[in-house]
Design a protein around this ligand. Structure first.
Ligand code: BGC
Length: 486
C-alpha cells in the first residue's frame, strides 16, 4: 500500500459496494476537435471562441485533444487506469449538423459514437452519455435563439434525444439529459462569459426553464418508448458548490449561505425532486425575481416533477457566503450574496489551484453531500469532481515518451474528497457513482487550454496531442481498490 492509502481510516476499507461505478468524465467540445470533419455542423462554442477576446488564450476547440481520432487508444488508456465507466457527451451538431427536427442526420457522426460505445463495451467500461454539454448547434441559435424559444427548442431536443435512444440505447443504459443547466443559463445568459455570451437579467431564467421542461419531456419519452425494452435510467446533472456562512453567528449570513445554494442547486433540483410534494422554484428565488422567474404550467409540473430518479452531482469547491446589504440589484442571479475566500475569522476556504474559483475544500463537499441527501432524499450519482494544480500549466512538460507526470496535489485532492464520500456512504447516504473530471487535460471553455484538469497530460503543441499519464491516475485506482469491497 502506498503512503497515501495508509492515511485512510482503516474502517473505510471496503466501505463502498462491489458494484460501485467509478471512472472519468469528458465533454465533446472539450476533447474531440475535428470540428469540421465528416459533416459536423458548428456549435455555439465554435462561433463564440472565434470572437475576439472571449477565450483567455485566444484558442478555439478546432482540434482540442484530437479525441475524434485517438478514441481507441484513449479507451485503452482508460482501461489501464482501471476505470469501470466513462461519462462522455455527444456533439449534437455532429449527429444532426443543423440540429432541427426536420434537418438531416449525419450518419458519419452517428457511426463515430456507435464505434466508441462498442469499443467501451468490448473493454468492459460502461458508457454514461450526456446529451447536452453546452454545445448547442449554431443553426438553432440563428434560427430562433436556441433555448430562448421553449417550444421550438424542445421539439428539436426531443427529436435529437429520440434519435440517440434509437441508435445507441441498445448499448447505453445511463443517460444524462443536461450537464449543469445552471451554468448554461448563468454563464451564457447573465455573465456573458460562456457561449452565446449574453448579459441579460431576464434570459437566464427563461433558459433555465426551457432546460427543465425539455429535460422533463425527454425523460417522459425515454420512460414511455424506450425504458421498457432498453432498461436504462435517465437523469440530469446539476452543478453546485458548498456555501458556508461568512459569519456563522450572523443569521443574515446563515440565510445568505442557504439562499446561495437555493439559487444554484434548488433552482433545478426543487422542481425535479418535488420539494414538499410541489414542483416549483425555491421561495427565495420567487421572492427576489418575481415574475421574471417563469411559472410552471400544470402540464410542465407533470413532466418535470420526479423526472430524474437520481441526483447527478457535479461539485468542486466551497465558498464563504456573506449577505449583501440592501435590495438585490436587478442583474443579480446569486441571491444577493457575496462569495469570499476567507471567513470572518480569516480562515481560508482551502489551498489554491490553477483556477481562480477552485480551491481544495473537502470539508465543504462533505457537507454538500449530506445537504443534498437530506433535502432531496434520492440516490446521488457523482458525475464530476476534480481539480487543476497550481503551476501545472506553466510547469515543465514531460520530455520522454512514457514519462509519468507527478501531480501530488491532484492525488491529495482525490484522496481527501473520496474519504469524505466514503464516510458519507457509511453513514447511509446512497451514492452510486464517482466520475473524476477529467480523463484528459482539455479545452476549458473560456479559459482555453490554460486550465489542466486531466489525470492525463496532453501536449497541445504536438500535432498528435500526445498523452502522458499523470501519477494521480494510478493513485485514484489505488484509492478505489481500498474503498470498494472486494
Ligand atoms: C463542467 C466541465 C468543466 C469543469 C471544470 C464543469 O462545470 O461540466 O465542462 O470543464 O466543470 O471547470
Amino acid at each position: 500500500m502506498s503512503p497515501q492509502v495508509l492515511t485512510f481510516d482503516p474502517k473505510l476499507q471496503g466501505s463502498l459496494p462491489s458494484d460501485f461505478t467509478w471512472g472519468y468524465a469528458t465533454a465533446a467540445a472539450q476533447i474531440e476537435g475535428a470540428w469540421e470533419e465528416d459533416g459536423r455542423g458548428p456549435s455555439i462554442w465554435d462561433t463564440f471562441s472565434c470572437l475576439p477576446g472571449k477565450i483567455r488564450d485566444g484558442s478555439t476547440p478546432s482540434d482540442a485533444c484530437n479525441g475524434y481520432h485517438l478514441w481507441k487508444e484513449d479507451i485503452a488508456r482508460m482501461k489501464e487506469y482501471g476505470a469501470r465507466a466513462y461519462r462522455f457527451s455527444l456533439s449534437w451538431s455532429r449527429i444532426i449538423p443543423l440540429g432541427g427536427e426536420a434537418d438531416p442526420i449525419n450518419e458519419a457522426g452517428v457511426q463515430f459514437y456507435s464505434n466508441l460505445i462498442d469499443e467501451l463495451i468490448r473493454k468492459e467500461i460502461t458508457p454514461w452519455v450526456t446529451l447536452y454539454h453546452w454545445d448547442l448547434p449554431q443553426a438553432l441559435y440563428e434560427r430562433y435563439g436556441g433555448m430562448l424559444d421553449k417550444e421550438r427548442y424542445t421539439a428539436d431536443f426531443l427529436r435529437y434525444a429520440r434519435l440517440c435512444f434509437e441508435r445507441f440505447g441498445d448499448r447505453v443504459k445511463h443517460w444524462i439529459t443536461y450537464n449543469e443547466p445552471g451554468l448554461t443559463a448563468r454563464a451564457g445568459y447573465a455573465q456573458g462569459r460562456n457561449a452565446p455570451g449574453h448579459a441579460s437579467d431576464t434570459e437566464p431564467w427563461i433558459v433555465g426553464h426551457t432546460q427543465l421542461v425539455s429535460h422533463g419531456y425527454v425523460c417522459e419519452l425515454y420512460k414511455g418508448d424506450f425504458q421498457p425494452n432498453q432498461k436504462g435510467c435517465i437523469m440530469i446533472t446539476l452543478d453546485g458548490n458548498w456555501y458556508e456562512p461568512w459569519d456563522e453567528k450572523d443569521p443574515r449570513d446563515v440565510e445568505a449561505a442557504e439562499r446561495a445554494k437555493e439559487f444554484e442547486i434548488g433552482w433545478f433540483a426543487d422542481p425535479v425532486y418535488g420539494m414538499d410534494g410541489e414542483c416549483d422554484y425555491p421561495a427565495s428565488m420567487r421572492a427576489q425575481l418575481g415574475d421574471r422567474l417563469p411559472h410552471f404550467t400544470e402540464e410542465e409540473k407533470r413532466v418535470v416533477q420526479g423526472s430524474s430518479e437520481v441526483y447527478g452531482m457535479n461539485s468542486y469547491t466551497a465558498f464563504y457566503a456573506r449577505h449583501l446589504q440592501g435590495a438585490p440589484s436587478r442583474s443579480d442571479y446569486r441571491g444577493n450574496v457575496e462569495f469570499l475566500n476567507e471567513n470572518c475569522n480569516g480562515k481560508p476556504r482551502g489551498p489554491e489551484t490553477d483556477t481562480h474559483w477552485l480551491r481544495m475544500a473537502p470539508w465543504g463537499w462533505a457537507k454538500l453531500i449530506r445537504w443534498i441527501w437530506a433535502r432531496y432524499g434520492v440516490p446521488i450519482c457523482i458525475t464530476e469532481n476534480g481539480t487543476t494544480v497550481q503551476g501545472e500549466h506553466e510547469g515543465p512538460a514531460p520530455a520522454a515518451p512514457g514519462e509519468i507526470v507527478e501531480d501530488p496535489f491532484r492525488a491529495e485532492f482525490f484522496r481527501a474528497y473520496l474519504a469524505e464520500m466514503a464516510k458519507a456512504y457509511q453513514e447511509g447516504v446512497v451514492i452510486k457513482s464517482y466520475f473524476a473530471w477529467s480523463f484528459l487535460d482539455n479545452w476549458e471553455w473560456a479559459l482555453g487550454y490554460t486550465s489542466r484538469f486531466g489525470v492525463t497530460w496532453v501536449d497541445y503543441a504536438s500535432p498528435q496531442k500526445t498523452r502522458y499519464a499523470k501519477r494521480s491516475a494510478f493513485a485514484l485506482r489505488e484509492y478505489f481498490d481500498f474503498f470498494i469491497a472486494q
